[in-house]
Design a protein around this ligand. Structure first.
Ligand code: ATP
Length: 321
């Protein structure tokens, strides 16, 4: 497809009804979604959900049984050369060629991609991913964090518009995770990024969209914010009462008054002696609760966001992966 008027298209990945079997296993089952420039789409799903298989098909590594994939307007099945040029892929495992130096490995990738200015491309990604200090070291001697960065560097070497990152922070310590998150954020505006992860906090931090995949199917396609809004415990108000007050008659009376508020669906005890006021309509009733406090002896009040983890568990429960 020609880019019109020299303007790069914004719809960078379009996947329609993608299906893939391995023998009798249906790894991907009718998956459809699209990703625009500026999107960081999180693939969330339990082990064996089909995330890697779907990613490999978008990169052109694996042929689907059914369905269409377009990358930057190019059909992966019929215009593979063009589509592959526009995709960078970080596979799940550490890069191979461990006996090569970082320099040698990246130069090899630049050559395989027939880049006109190989050393320029290598310098650019080494700078971006902070690999200067290990440039002459062999890949097998690097820490996990640096190995991951080498993987990212090879995925970025041809400056692709689409980045597919399979568990980019798996096994990294918090500092290294932050480095990778920073890099993803810095790249996000110009590219479409798809990443898979089991870490729900990661989705909240770096993704603007999230797909929950299980049993090869898309169960949710939403923003992390919208997902959190539907999570169990969203807008629950946790009240930490003074222990003596809680045990007193005044405490019981106060809890009874709380129960009687029209907005309050139920009052539950929560860990460490606090009580949870669960809103009947799921909305934020913090101001009403604060008005009710009166002479209640309160040590803290928390409005709970709700955990993506809980929603993830409830959505994927019972779906065979
Ligand atoms: P994880 O989070 O564990 O990486 P995933 O969501 O990436 O899992 P896939 O690796 O895509 O899931 O696997 C989907 C299903 O396909 C699983 O049941 C898996 O066992 C199966 N599978 C994957 N690759 C192959 C293969 N080469 N041969 C046979 N079955 C496979």
């Amino acid at each position: 497809m020609e880019e019109q008027g020299g303007k790069a298209p914004d719809l960078l990945v379009e996947v329609r009804d993608l299906t893939k079997h391995y023998g009798s296993i249906k790894a991907v089952d009718g998956v459809s979604f699209s990703v625009r420039r500026g999107d960081v789409l999180g693939f969330l799903g339990p082990n064996g959900a089909g995330k890697t298989t779907a990613m490999k098909m978008i990169t052109g590594f694996l042929e689907p049984d059914n369905g269409q994939i377009q990358v930057a307007g190019f059909d992966v099945a019929t215009e593979g050369l063009e589509s592959r040029r526009r995709v960078g892929y970080l596979p799940e495992n550490a890069p191979a060629y461990g006996e090569m130096t970082v320099e040698g490995f990246l130069d090899f990738i630049a050559e395989a991609r027939s880049l006109p200015d190989r050393s320029g491309a290598v310098r650019r990604v080494v700078e971006m991913t902070g690999l200067n200090e290990v440039f002459h070291q062999t890949v097998e001697t690097l820490s996990k964090g640096f190995k991951r960065r080498v993987g990212l560097a090879q995925a970025l070497i041809h400056d692709p518009e689409v980045l597919i990152l399979d568990e980019p922070t798996d096994g990294l310590d918090p500092n290294q995770k932050a480095v990778v998150h920073g890099l993803i954020e810095s790249l996000a505006a110009e590219k479409a990024i798809i990443l898979s992860t089991h870490i729900l906090d990661e989705v909240e931090q770096v993704c603007n969209r999230a797909l929950i995949i299980s049993g090869g199917r898309v169960l949710e396609d939403s923003t992390p914010r919208q997902l959190i809004a539907r999570a169990p415990h969203h807008n629950v108000i946790r009240v930490h009462l003074n222990e003596d007050f809680l045990a007193s008659e005044a405490g019981s009376n106060w809890i009874q008054r709380l129960r009687e508020q029209p907005w309050c669906g139920s009052v539950e005890s929560s860990p460490r002696g606090a009580i949870d006021a669960v809103p009947a309509d799921g909305a934020n009733h913090l101001s009403e609760l604060l008005e009710l406090l009166g002479d209640a002896q309160v040590e803290g009040v928390q409005l709970l966001e709700g955990r993506l983890d809980d929603l993830f568990r409830s959505v994927t429960k019972g779906v065979a992966a």
